[in-house]
Design a protein around this ligand. Structure first.
Ligand SMILES: *Cc1c(COP(=O)(O)O)cnc(C)c1O
Length: 553
């Protein structure tokens, strides 16, 4: 049988805790409070807070399904981590173990309390070895505490449930499972097994997914014995009443919506970062950050800082060589990170067309908002790699993606519109906005190759001729035999290119033939991409405007 009292420091076991007459009262309402030397004039904060935060615990109990008697609330999880050392570890004697790399506060807290802390290295994919953890824990006098962070900070991956159980069963001391990021993960919390393991403390926090980092509220779930030890040792009024009031107010909102947005941003960032040339590895994450192994991490972090963006450089910490940790932000913030990183690596990358000495960056963003649609296009004509397209029509996304990939530009398109009517407005407005962004990015067309042409492809032949002459002429010789293709009327392809041509202000001639309608559409987009890619290339050595007239507009 597990007996927690055998692990508690002697001075703590013998401790007579600070107590207040109020602790024994069910409610203070109607009671004349002349016991604590407070200012009697009510201003909302003149009274000491409830030392046990009963209302907040009831709320959390309802959400997490754990009785309030088994919940402790600390001044952040940081306080709870510190309490673990103060309750269980004799300074200068006892030991604690954890994973390496992991959250740095475990070690900091250990050092503050003069406790030896050993980080057990994770494997190459940041997987944990139960055997190595238990072996480290049983060395010497045997560890009193073991910290397992899942999902782990800074690696983002989770420790499988089976391994957590093996640790809980095999370890003789107190196992602290830190679930600070559990709400971003599709895995279940270990709370469901709390009854089976009296030596386990599950830590959660309201700082991350719940969005209350400023309120300093950490939560521990454990046996009643362990909770009463926390209560005995903590400062009597460790959590301010204002924090509890704010938390009760915030906890009622729909936090799942925010979590859903962050998780989908995370997935977008995984693939967008993955396609950058300087990014060597994006580690899978169950949390609201990504650990990314990159070329020149110091340079990247400096470049971010120069642009007023802070990310965490982990490349000099043990266990994460060459890595940076990037928190997931809003869509705009993440776009900024992608822009800066794309430019940073793009300029060094062999895939990109370097800008000549006096050649400006050719990046542009165009937005179009009407009562029918809202479109945002941003692109970089000189860097490939960052592609994100979401119009709500899968097939159209696929076609636009062909443009980005086969022309070697970075392209981001988000579009929303009245698809319940049909796709007409959306397709047309994407074309117009894309054309506008291209025209903006081309600027005065100095150094421009200007012309483009293309080649036959697969079973279909597609020819796209383009000239950025500044004059508009559109020719289209493509016959589709089907009316619909992947949710788009095939007549919309002509309309798309016509609108794009007018918006870009160029000559565009498209001719294609073939049997398979999907291939036919795709070959047109690919051939366009090739022709376009050639035409927008810039001659690094010749910065002239490519026209005997001296102007192209
Ligand atoms: C952020 C974080 C915490 C939160 O600590 P608070 O003091 O509650 O803000 C705890 N554990 C890990 C692993 C974290 O990353």
């Amino acid at each position: 049988m597990f007996d927690v009292s055998g692990l508690v420091r002697k001075n703590i076991a013998a401790l007579e805790p600070y107590s207040s007459l109020r602790d024994g009262l069910e409610t203070l309402q109607g009671t004349v409070l002349l016991d604590a030397n407070e200012n009697p004039f009510d201003n909302g904060s003149n009274r000491y807070p409830d030392p046990f935060q009963r209302r907040l615990k009831e709320k959390l109990s309802g959400i997490r399904g754990v009785p309030a008697s088994r919940i402790f609330i600390g001044n952040g999880s940081d306080e709870i981590i510190d309490l673990c050392f103060r309750i269980f570890c004799e300074p200068g004697q006892d030991r604690a173990v954890g994973m390496l790399p992991s959250f740095s506060m475990y070690k900091v807290s250990a050092q503050v309390n003069d406790v030896e802390y050993e980080g057990v290295p994770l494997d190459g994919d940041f997987g944990l070895s139960v055997e190595a953890m238990l072996k480290a824990a049983s060395a010497g006098r045997g560890a009193k505490l073991m910290f397992v962070c899942s999902p782990n900070n800074p690696t983002g991956n989770s420790v499988p449930e089976e391994q957590l159980k093996m640790l809980a069963e095999g370890f003789r001391g107190i196992l602290v499972i830190d679930e600070a990021y559990i709400d971003f993960s599709s895995r279940k919390s270990f709370l469901q097994y709390l009854d089976m393991y009296p030596n386990v403390i599950v830590l959660q926090t309201l700082s991350k997914a719940w969005g209350m980092a400023g309120l300093r509220l950490g939560v521990a779930f454990a046996s009643e014995e362990i909770i009463s030890l926390f209560n005995k040792v903590k400062h009597p009024y460790n959590v301010p009443s204002a924090s509890v009031e704010e938390a009760l107010r915030f906890i009622g909102r729909d936090v799942n919506k925010e979590i859903g947005l962050m998780v989908s941003e995370r997935e977008r960032m995984v693939s967008a970062l993955d396609s950058l040339s300087g990014v060597l590895r994006v580690y899978p994450s169950d949390a609201d950050f990504l650990l990314v192994r990159v070329e020149d991490p110091d340079g990247l972090c400096n470049e971010m800082l120069r642009n007023n963006v802070l990310i965490q450089n982990r490349s000099h910490s043990s266990g994460t060589p060459g890595c940076v940790r990037i928190s997931i932000g809003t869509e705009e913030q993440d776009d900024l990170v992608l822009d800066i990183a794309g430019r940073f690596y793009g300029e060094k990358s062999s895939r990109s067309m370097p800008a000549g000495k006096n050649q400006p960056l050719r990046q542009a963003t165009a937005c179009r908002k009407t009562s029918e649609t809202g479109i945002r296009v941003s692109l970089d004509l000189d860097n490939s790699g960052v592609t994100y397209i979401n119009t709500g029509i899968g097939f159209f996304d696929h076609m636009l993606d062909q443009i980005a990939r086969h022309s070697g530009i970075s392209l981001r398109i988000t579009a929303a519109g009245d698809l319940y009517v049909d796709e007409h407005h959306l397709v047309e407005d994407v074309a117009i906005t894309l054309g506008t962004a291209i025209r903006k990015a081309l600027g005065d067309k100095r150094g421009l190759a200007r012309y483009g042409f293309a080649l036959p492809m697969d079973d279909c032949r597609a020819m796209v001729l383009i000239d950025f002459s500044g004059r508009i002429d559109f020719e289209w010789k493509v016959d589709f035999t089907r009316e619909m293709l992947g949710g788009i009327h095939t007549e919309m392809f002509r309309h798309f290119f016509k609108s794009l041509c007018e918006s870009m202000q160029c000559n565009l001639h498209v001719e294609a033939s073939g049997d398979n309608n999907h291939h036919l559409a795709e070959s047109v987009f690919k051939a366009f991409a090739r022709a376009f890619g050639q035409a927008v290339r810039r001659n690094v050595n010749d910065n002239a405007i490519p026209s005997s007239k001296g102007g192209l507009d």
